[in-house]
Design a protein around this ligand. Structure first.
Ligand SMILES: *Cc1c(COP(=O)(O)O)cnc(C)c1O
Length: 478
C-alpha cells in the first residue's frame, strides 16, 4: 500500500507547481491580461461568434496542455466573441467595468483560500465583509442594528430580501392567495423570479400605475392597498426601484416609505443599479427616502465598477435576516456563534462561499472613496450631456430623461415604421461594434437606451456614440 501511495503522491504533488513554474505561467497570464488592458480603449464592443469556433473542440483530457495553448483558447473562444463589457464604449444594459485591483483582490483571496462563511474560521475575512456592509448601511442611512450579505449579484440579493420579508411578515402558505405584493411595470424581472423561487407564486401581484416620468404613483399605491384591505386581502410587500433598469428613474421613496409605514407593509427597495449614486450629492437627493426601507439591494458590480459577481443585500433589522437564514448542524458544533460576530453563513443561503469582501475592500482602500465619487458624478453629467446632444440631432426624441445615468430615446424616421427603424438601428450599431447600445420597449415603443456606468466611459466615449448614431441615421435617411 505504501508504495502505491508514494506512486500516487509523485503524480498528485504536481498540483503544486514549484516557484519557477509558477513564475513562468504567471508571467504569461500577466502578459496576456496586460495586453488586454493596453488594447481595451480600441477594442470592439461586440464581435459575432464564428461558426465552429468553440471550446467543445478542445475537450478535457488526461494529459495537460501548455499555458500558451490555454491562453490562446481563452483569447479566441472566451474573450473575443460576444459583448465586451470591459470597454468604455459599452453602453448597453447596465455597465460596470471590472476594476483591476478587484482582480488582484480575487488573486489574493484564492491563494490563501480563507473560509469566510464563519467568523470562527476567518475572523478577519468576516470582519472585512461586515465592515464593508456597515459602511454601505451607513451610506443608505440604515441604523447600527442592521445587517447584510455580500452576494453573487442583485438577483440573489433580492431573493434573500424577499425570503426575509416573507418570514418577517409571517406570510404562510395557507394564506398565499390573499397576500398582495405591490410592484410596477418597471420592476426588474428578478423580483418576480424571486417571488416565484420563494414559493410565493400564488400571491396576488398588483402593478402600480406610473406617472409620465415612469415613477410609481404613490397615491395610486395607497388607494390599491386600502381597497385590497377593505376586500379582505392581506397586503404585505411593496417593492420600489431606485432606479429602474429600463430608464434609471427612481420611484418616490419617501412617499412610498410613508405609505408602507402607515399600512404596515414590508418596504423593499431594489437599488441594484442606482444605489451607489448615494456617494454623490445629486444622487443623495434623488434617493432620499431609501433609509425608510426594510430591506435594500445594491450591486457593487454595477455602481462600484467591480467585476461581475458582487451584489449586496441590507436588512434594517438584523434579527429578521438571521431568523430566515441562521441554522445549526451537528458537524458545525465546533463553531461558536455570538451576536457580535455575524457570520455570512447565518445571513444567506450559502455555506462555503467566495470571500467577496476582498475584491471590494482592496480597490476602496487603494483608490480611496473620492475617486469613486468623482467617477459617479462624472457618469451623472455624461448622461445629461448625452441627453442634451442627442436632442440636437434632427429626428431624435427623448423618452425618459437622465435622472441618474440612463437616457432612453428613439429616432423618428420621416417615413416608415419607427419601431422597425429603431430595431434595425440598434442591430446596425451592434454589428458595427465601435460602441454597444441596447434597447427596450416602453409603452409599446421600441426604445434605445444609453446606460452610462463603466468607470472607463468618459466624454470621448459618449462623443463616439453620438457620432455613430448620427452617422447611421444619416446614411439611412438618404
Ligand atoms: C441589474 C439589476 C438587477 C439584477 O441584478 P444582477 O446583479 O444582474 O443579478 C436587479 N434590479 C435592478 C434594478 C438591476 O438593475
Amino acid at each position: 500500500m505504501i508504495s502505491q501511495i508514494k506512486a500516487l503522491e509523485k503524480i498528485s504533488r504536481l498540483l503544486e507547481p514549484a516557484s519557477a513554474e509558477r513564475k513562468e505561467v504567471r508571467d504569461k497570464v500577466i502578459s496576456y491580461s496586460e495586453n488586454f488592458l493596453d488594447e481595451i480603449a480600441h477594442a470592439k464592443t461586440y464581435i459575432a461568434p464564428q461558426e465552429n469556433q468553440t471550446l467543445f473542440n478542445s475537450p478535457i483530457s488526461e494529459e495537460p496542455i501548455a499555458i500558451e495553448e490555454v491562453i490562446n483558447l481563452i483569447k479566441e473562444n472566451v474573450d473575443t466573441p460576444g459583448l465586451n463589457p470591459a470597454s468604455g464604449n459599452y453602453l448597453g444594459y447596465i455597465p460596470g467595468g471590472g476594476l483591476y485591483y478587484s482582480a488582484l483582490g480575487d488573486y489574493l483571496v484564492d491563494i490563501a483560500n480563507r473560509y469566510a462563511g464563519y467568523f470562527f474560521a476567518a475572523p478577519g475575512a468576516v470582519q472585512m465583509e461586515n465592515m464593508l456592509l456597515n459602511w454601505m448601511s451607513e451610506l443608505a442611512g440604515y441604523p447600527a442594528y442592521s445587517a447584510g450579505n455580500l452576494t453573487s449579484g442583485g438577483s440573489i440579493a433580492n431573493l434573500i430580501a424577499i425570503v426575509t420579508a416573507r418570514d418577517a411578515s409571517n406570510v404562510q402558505a395557507k394564506d398565499y392567495d390573499k397576500m398582495v405584493v405591490y410592484l410596477s411595470e418597471q420592476t426588474h424581472h428578478c423580483l418576480d423570479k424571486a417571488l416565484n423561487i420563494a414559493g410565493l407564486k400564488e400571491c396576488i401581484k398588483r402593478t402600480v400605475p406610473l406617472n409620465a416620468q415612469f415613477q410609481m404613483r404613490p397615491e395610486a399605491l395607497e388607494q390599491m392597498v386600502v381597497e385590497d384591505k377593505k376586500n379582505g386581502l392581506k397586503p404585505w410587500l411593496i417593492v420600489a426601484s431606485a432606479g429602474t433598469t429600463d430608464t434609471g428613474v427612481v420611484d418616490p421613496l419617501e412617499q412610498i416609505g410613508a405609505i408602507a409605514k402607515k399600512e404596515q407593509l414590508w418596504f423593499h427597495v431594489d437599488a441594484a443599479y442606482g444605489g451607489f449614486f448615494l456617494l454623490t450629492k445629486e444622487g443623495k437627493k434623488i434617493l432620499k427616502g431609501i433609509e425608510l426601507s426594510d430591506s435594500l439591494v445594491m450591486d457593487p458590480h454595477k455602481g462600484l465598477f467591480l467585476p461581475y459577481g458582487t451584489g449586496v443585500v441590507l436588512v434594517k433589522e438584523k434579527n429578521k435576516l438571521l431568523q430566515s437564514h441562521a441554522y445549526q448542524a451537528n458537524y458545525l458544533q465546533d463553531i461558536s456563534i455570538s451576536e457580535d460576530d455575524l457570520s455570512p453563513a447565518n445571513l444567506s443561503p450559502e455555506l462555503t462561499k467566495h470571500f467577496r469582501g476582498m475584491r471590494l475592500w482592496l480597490p476602496l482602500k487603494l483608490f480611496g472613496l473620492k475617486l469613486f465619487k468623482a467617477a459617479l458624478e462624472e457618469k451623472l453629467l455624461l448622461a445629461k450631456y448625452f441627453e442634451q446632444e442627442i436632442k440636437k440631432i434632427d429626428g431624435f426624441e427623448i423618452i425618459s430623461t437622465a435622472e441618474l445615468s440612463i437616457v432612453t430615446y428613439r429616432y423618428l424616421p420621416k417615413q416608415g415604421d419607427a419601431n422597425l427603424f429603431n430595431q434595425q438601428l440598434v442591430q446596425e450599431i451592434q454589428k458595427d461594434g465601435r460602441v454597444f447600445i441596447s434597447s427596450t420597449v416602453i409603452n409599446g415603443k421600441f426604445t434605445l437606451r444609453m446606460a452610462i456606468l463603466s468607470f472607463r466611459t468618459h466624454l470621448e466615449n459618449i462623443d463616439l456614440a453620438l457620432a455613430v448614431l448620427k452617422e447611421k441615421v444619416v446614411s439611412w435617411q438618404m
